[in-house]
Design a protein around this ligand. Structure first.
Ligand code: MLC
Ligand code: AMP
Length: 505
């Protein structure tokens, strides 16, 4: 095959008048129109001097046009690098310079702020707004509606997704065509997606979940998506009766349960609700079944590996578990110190291997070596066990990570920024249970001697550099941080101490 990902997901729809995307305002996009738009975009990229293997960074709203940029990248062998729309220019600067992106696409409202960043990094800058307009669109007008698909091998890179690290620096996870395709095929079959499916997609499309899991599977199955720009409760309630399936983070499901309009009748046409990206409480699973008659299917994945495990479609979907390893995925639980495989039921580090596992971190061979073993097993940083029936449970994290509403927040990144502020001696950032986001960010600060810290000044300083979802929602000032005999900050003690700060939030 000339370009396995393009041919199986996009190219085969050439000329097809079937609906791919249904927008909340009633607008529809056929596969054929989508293809033609992607081809025009591919011509613009090529005219801008981008070659196969170059990176294109996008920080634009979720829209059909955004997805068409993804398709155009796949068709022309350009590496697609989507960025969270919440990132500040300071954050974007790092991704552009680290990836060496040749073209940055942004919303016109961000153009003035990103222009110097693009210029410093020798990248072109074009705009593409939520309504489809912008300088990129202008250049696409009148371009040919077909593009000669660039040959790619299964092992060639298709996308970079940045994932933060415990050292505070984001790492570009390099995903190949085969990573994305093999996982989408496995999931389509496991979850029985067909061309009859209408998937409600209210997820952002700058992460694995909304982009690769939701979109790639729909394309492979030949189905369509109710493509909501974001999780807006009224829009979700309005769309649900037309959907056959939905994917979401646990916050979507707890919010739905809080809405009295969400009932059995509203979802009578649904066949499947899937949850992932963060732990789904067993309580949510139970309440959801009581309300709707549906047992949510929970699965487990990550940026570096796509999806690893899933509860069964036909069998028992067990609350508090993430199911079985997917076909083709080897999963073992190991002793975090020795790497030795543990017996069923014992808690240890989850490691996975398979065609889904990424190629490594962009220009970080040392980091890659630390996490990706020579035998192909990736050390996930998640602690868990496999029970006697083969179900995997995630019981904690070996990595210092907070997951807030499905977004990952790495404490180190925030601590480094806080520690550099005047008056701060040191800090520890932790996650505390939050009724809406699952976990939310708490910053515990130690002032310099004889200094009074104004936490509002700290919050103001962080607002300039950090995306909103990473900003602490609670600050506490203490005299000193708890440490063990080795001098290491004991975050578990802090987590216990601050476990109740968001109670009732
Ligand atoms: C938004 N805000 C958040 C937040 N999302 N704060 C903490 N955590 C979050 N997740 C803040 C904004 O900064 C803003 O703050 C305020 O909330 C309102 O912003 P909003 O955009 O209107 O919020 P809302 O629409 O309510 O968004 C919440 C959400 C969204 C849960 C719908 O975060 C979301 O769609 N999450 C999904 C994330 C996801 O797709 N993860 C998949 C990762 S892939 P202020 O201060 O300005 O008011 C992965 C692999 C795998 O993990 O296994 O899938
Ligand atoms: P990311 O880096 O955004 O891809 O986040 C991946 C992390 O999300 C994993 O390493 C897990 O810690 C977490 N995660 C994903 N799915 C689940 C799940 N179903 N239950 C618990 N944690 C999950």
């Amino acid at each position: 095959m000339a370009n396995p990902l393009y041919d199986t997901m996009f190219g085969r729809y050439s000329g097809a008048q079937t609906v791919f995307l249904q927008m909340p305002d009633g607008r529809t996009v056929t596969h054929d129109a989508f293809q033609r738009q992607a081809a025009r975009y591919a011509h613009v990229m090529s005219a801008a001097g981008l070659n196969p293997g170059d990176r294109l960074a996008v920080q634009i709203a979720k829209s059909p046009e955004n997805l068409a940029v993804y398709a155009a990248c796949v068709q022309s062998g350009i590496i697609f690098l989507p960025l969270n729309t919440a990132y500040t220019p300071a954050e974007v600067e790092y991704f552009v310079s680290n990836s060496g992106a040749k073209l940055v696409l942004c919303d016109s409202s961000a153009e003035a702020l990103l222009a110097p960043i693009a210029a410093t990094n020798d990248a072109a800058l074009m705009t593409l707004d939520a309504n489809g307009s912008g300088s990129f669109t202008k250049k696409a007008e009148g371009q040919p509606e077909t593009f000669v698909t660039v040959d790619r091998n299964a092992d060639d890179l298709a996308a970079f997704l940045y994932t933060s690290g415990t050292t505070g620096r984001s790492k570009g996870a390099m995903l190949t065509q085969a990573n994305l395709l093999s996982n989408a095929e496995a999931l389509r079959d496991y979850w029985k997606f067909t061309d009859k499916d209408i998937l409600l997609n209210a997820l952002p499309i700058f992460h694995t979940h909304g982009l690769f899991v939701a979109t790639n599977i729909t394309l492979l199955a030949g189905g369509s998506m109710l493509f909501l720009p974001k999780f807006d409760m009224d829009a979700v309630i309005a769309a649900l009766p037309r959907a056959t399936s939905m994917m979401g983070v646990p916050t979507f499901y707890t919010r739905l349960l809080d809405d009295p309009r969400f009932d059995r009748d509203l979802v009578k046409g649904m066949r499947l609700f899937i949850s992932g990206s963060a732990p789904l409480l067993a309580e949510t699973h139970r309440l959801f079944e009581e309300r709707t008659g549906h047992r949510i299917l929970e699965r487990y994945g990550m940026t570096e590996t796509n999806m690893n495990t899933s509860n069964p479609y036909d069998g028992d979907r067990r609350a508090g578990t993430v199911g079985y390893p997917l076909p083709g995925v080897d999963l073992k639980v190991t002793d975090p110190d020795t790497g030795e495989e543990l017996a069923p039921g014992e808690i240890g580090m989850i490691e996975v291997r398979g065609p889904n596992v990424f190629k490594g971190y962009w220009q970080m061979p040392e980091k890659t070596k630390e996490e990706l073993r020579e035998n192909g097993f990736f050390i996930t940083g998640d602690l868990g066990l496999m029970d006697a029936d083969g179900y995997v449970q995630i019981v904690g994290r070996g990595k210092d990570l907070i997951i807030s509403g499905g977004f990952n927040v790495y404490p180190k990144e925030i601590e480094l920024l806080i520690d550099a502020l005047p008056g701060v001696k040191e800090s520890a950032v932790i996650g505390a249970p939050h009724s809406d986001f699952g976990e939310s960010v708490v910053a515990v600060l130690v002032p310099e001697a004889d200094t009074t810290l104004e936490t509002s000044c700290i919050a103001d300083a962080l607002r300039e550099t950090l995306a909103g979802f990473k900003q602490p929602r609670c600050y506490a000032v203490v005299e000193e941080l708890p440490r063990n005999t080795m001098g290491k900050v004991q975050k578990s003690t802090l987590r216990e101490q601050f476990a109740h700060v968001f109670k009732g939030a």
